[in-house]
Design a protein around this ligand. Structure first.
Ligand code: GDP
Ligand code: MG
Length: 445
């Protein structure tokens, strides 16, 4: 799903996360890349602009170069949060349960997936009821008299799902809708899912027809079915339906295809109504709740990004912050301090440069090989520390065999390297103190 956007973003972020520092220049470069991929994905220009403006405001405001979050992680987190906000908050989506009794009407262009989605919804509701040991009395019907075989298509689908289908003998769509509605009420159905006609392109007589049906039946739920493959075009459709008939939310279909993410963005941004369900295939079971969190993660490049975000969040959890403060107050030396020292060293300059400033060390006549080895080691240390959780940094004694293995994998080193590192850390109190002193020297902070 949204493969196009996802690939773009994962390339971008794999490069970004590999960097140790995020400068103003490469933040800009990054945002420009985000912009390009969104535009290429058919997200309207104005939305892209707003989206990026909000991100850059936050990046500047929040000072990306923090000690506990890697800059790349920080930027990803902000972009992810923004993406979720644009796509809609996840809250409440899963609690959607159609009231009993209720009429659910689907609208949309021809070929957008209305008929299929009517069947999918019926199946969905039935499955949900079954999970609670219940069953729903569901009726499917259609007032699509424009498309040949539209009624037969729905009838077959109804059989497949195992729910009832009713065909009105009336030919006028509005009169047929009323007839269907009466049948639904008379027979004590709990839900009526009503399929409507669509056109290849929107026209006023169709909207008029839908408006009439709406005023007669007062469906409790009206959904616009949008084909995710249509990009910006779907936005225009949504606007027209919204202005004339109105609806509660959208169902985005065909996101299983090689589609672009633009439609979801554009819809949420302009219409501000929820995307309630997503259709991810042609079968009746291929319908799911739309979860903006998940959608955003997928757009941003999936699993690896998600785990980065989780790690970032873990780092800033309040309880952890408290633990950090406590350990610092107690004057205990933790790996956090060690990491900060290393970070500081990185800012100051190379090891050989630093050695020149260090009383005693400068006269030790370090060979270039030794310096090179030292710098490699520091790089490795940094990678190891970055692969540790905050708790582990605060309490290195936690590091048992399996944790070491995990860290080794994350840092691309061996367990022996980690043992070396821990050994060095033990012996480093003196070293760290030196750097603390160095930090207080004029010109260094
Ligand atoms: P309608 O004209 O709006 O009623 O659209 P249909 O329900 O007849 O669907 C048009 C075509 O799109 C059919 O071939 C469906 O099988 C297909 N379709 C509908 N929803 C999805 C979806 O979520 N994914 C895929 N891949 N195809 C879909
Ligand atoms: Mg149809």
């Amino acid at each position: 799903m949204f493969d196009f956007l996802s690939n773009k973003f994962s390339n971008l972020f794999s490069r970004l996360t590999g960097q140790s520092k995020l400068t103003e220049a490469n933040i800009k470069e990054t945002l420009q890349k985000v912009k390009d991929s969104l535009l290429e994905a058919d997200v309207p220009y104005v939305l892209v602009e707003t989206f990026l403006q909000e991100i850059s405001n936050e990046v500047v405001g929040q000072k990306v170069l923090t000690a506990t979050l890697k800059p790349g992680e920080h930027l990803i987190k902000i972009i992810h949060e923004k993406m979720v906000a644009f796509l809609g908050s996840a809250q409440g989506v899963e609690s959607i349960m159609f009231q009993i009794p209720s009429v659910i009407m689907l609208m949309g262009l021809q070929g957008s997936g209305k008929t299929t989605t009517v069947a999918k919804l019926a199946y969905f509701v039935q499955k949900q009821a079954e999970k609670r040991g219940k069953s729903r009395k569901i009726l499917l019907a259609s007032v699509d008299f424009h498309r040949p075989a539209a009624l037969e298509q729905l009838e077959i689908l109804a059989q497949q799902v195992g729910v009832d289908f009713y065909r009105s003998s009336l030919q006028d769509s509005c009169a047929a809708a009323v007839d269907i509605h009466n049948y639904y009420k008379k027979n004590g159905y709990e839900h009526l899912f009503l399929d409507t006609a669509g056109r290849m392109h929107i026209d006023t007589s169709l909207l008029q027809e839908l408006k009439m049906i709406d005023s007669k039946l007062h469906p409790k739920y009206k959904y616009l079915v949008l084909d995710a493959m249509t990009g910006q075009e779907s936005l225009r459709v949504a606007q027209l339906y919204e202005e004339s008939v109105g609806f509660n939310g959208a169902i985005l279909t065909k996101i299983d295809s090689d589609t672009r993410g633009g439609a979801a963005f554009a819809f949420r941004y302009t219409i501000k109504k929820p995307i309630v369900f997503i259709g991810a295939g042609e079968k009746v079971g291929d319908l799911e709740f739309c979860r903006p969190e998940r959608m955003a993660s997928r757009i941003l490049g999936m699993g690896d990004i998600q785990s980065l975000i989780e790690r970032a969040e873990e780092k800033i959890k309040q309880s952890d912050k408290d633990a950090l403060e406590k350990s610092l107050q107690q004057g205990k030396m933790s790996l956090i301090d060690f990491a900060q020292q290393l970070e500081m060293m990185n800012k100051i300059g190379s090891l050989s440069q630093i050695m020149n400033y260090m009383p005693g060390l400068g006269q030790n006549k370090l060979t270039p090989e030794m310096v090179e080895k030292g710098e490699k080691e520091i790089k490795r240390f940094r990678a190891i520390i970055n692969s540790m959780t905050l708790k582990e940094k605060l309490c290195p004694a936690l590091l048992n065999g399996s944790r070491k293995q995990r860290i080794a994998q994350g840092a691309g080193v061996t367990v022996t390297h980690i043992n070396e590192f821990l050994d060095r850390f033990e012996k480093s109190q003196q070293f760290v103190k030196l750097f603390k002193k160095l930090g207080k020297l004029p010109g260094f902070n």
